[in-house]
Design a protein around this ligand. Structure first.
Ligand code: TXA
Ligand code: MG
Length: 359
């Protein structure tokens, strides 16, 4: 059943108090409110209201086996959600909250099963976006919020992305423009010994290790048969409509190999979509001139190698934009897998369902 979705536009730096109060009251009544965080837009529901959380899973088309993250306003609220807060959690919170780090901890019994998918653990974070912060402060509620996309679509980094997926399925969308980080939070599981990164994200592994030297990370999962690092991290997760292949390596080698592959695909009649950082596109341009002129190659810039944060910020919008062009096949590349690049490569590997060419 379609509902009327109300869009409220606010200033990202100084959101209008009346608008935030309206959205906070809606949350309290069990309604669904999409709002920006520093990473991606989240679809919020009152975390302690099981009926609201069930509506949230419905709206997204999300399997009930995939737990959602609880957002809180302050570290001092953590004890209301987590059963025990070990010293390492406090150290991490002091270093990275508010910010793009989700901690997995033992949950308190009052957290509904719908939130944790029946697990004994819960994911919690304090987001850094002024709109998310205002909503949490005004409502005084813990807010359960997965990314505000339909299941298996790329995460939304603008209100337009949210509406493309969820118009008529949620009560309110707060539009505060594009989100600054662009990839989701890093998930660190503190119930594992030693702590393990379940999803690379906005806080780099290198930065985490400075606070938790024994933290480790799993190899990127390339084999769909291998068990997944986090319940929601299915390999086919950010999949565009067309099959994607990911090229990893230096800019000149990637451009050479990708250019050859794109040319032969175009020659065989395929419409080829290319998603790559600016440097790669510049090197590719002369190799693709003929095919591009024939309308058989469409390119989308995804940030620049010299500025890895820009690739993270633009990734999901570029994926959605390329998808709308309807290519038959997609070739993608990214910069190095260090720092925030680990999150970018992780998301692209998933979009490519593990099809990767190392050059
Ligand atoms: O940046 C973010 O984290 C965004 C914004 C809105 O905060 N949220 C987000 O939520 O990306 P979502 O639901 O799209 O991804 C959350 C991931 C899922 O893969 C889920 O499986 C994992 O977190 N997760 C949540 N609770 C967990 C738990 N108790 N144990 C293991 N994984 C958990
Ligand atoms: Mg998600």
């Amino acid at each position: 059943m379609a509902i009327k979705t109300r869009v409220i536009v606010v200033d990202p730096a100084a959101p209008d108090a009346a608008a935030i109060e309206h959205a906070a009251l809606a949350l309290g009544k069990g309604q669904l409110v999409a709002f920006p965080t520093e990473t991606v837009y989240g679809l919020g529901a009152h975390a302690l209201d099981p009926e609201a959380v069930r509506r949230l899973f419905d709206a997204k088309g999300r399997p009930s086996t995939d737990p959602v993250i609880v957002h809180i306003a302050h570290l001092r609220q953590l004890g209301t959600i987590a059963a025990a807060v070990p010293p390492v959690a406090r150290r991490l919170a002091r270093a990275f909250w508010p910010g793009p780090l989700t901690l997995i901890l033992q949950r308190r019994a009052m957290v509904p099963d719908a939130v944790t998918a029946g697990r004994p653990t819960v994911g919690v974070r304090v987001p850094a976006h002024p709109v998310a912060d205002a909503l949490l402060q005004f409502s005084g509620l813990p807010i359960a919020a997965p990314s505000a996309n339909r299941f298996s679509r790329p995460s939304p980094t603008s209100a337009q992305h949210v509406l493309a997926d969820l118009d008529g399925r949620v009560d309110i969308v707060i539009d505060a423009g594009p989100t600054p980080v662009g990839v989701e939070s890093t998930i660190l599981d503190l119930t594992a010994e030693p702590p393990v990164v379940r999803r690379p994200g906005g806080v780099s592994f290198e930065a985490l290790q400075a606070v938790v030297p024994d933290a480790h990370r799993l190899q990127l999962v390339l084999d769909p048969a291998v068990s997944q690092p986090a319940p929601g991290q299915l390999l086919r997760h950010y999949a565009p409509s067309a099959p994607m292949t990911l090229y990893l390596g230096s800019v000149d080698r990637v451009a050479m190999r990708m250019g050859d592959d794109a040319r032969s695909l175009a020659a065989s009649g395929e419409r080829v979509g290319i998603l790559a950082p600016e440097e790669d596109l510049l090197m590719l341009a002369p190799r693709l001139a003929a095919a591009a002129a024939g309308g058989r190659v469409v390119t989308k810039r995804c940030g620049a190698r010299r500025d890895p944060a820009s690739t993270a910020r633009e990734l999901f919008a570029a994926l959605r934009a390329l998808d709308r062009e309807g290519p038959g096949v997609i070739l993608a590349s990214a910069g190095s897998p260090d720092g925030i690049g680990a999150a970018v490569v992780d998301r692209l590997l998933r979009a490519a369902e593990g099809r990767v060419v190392h050059v």
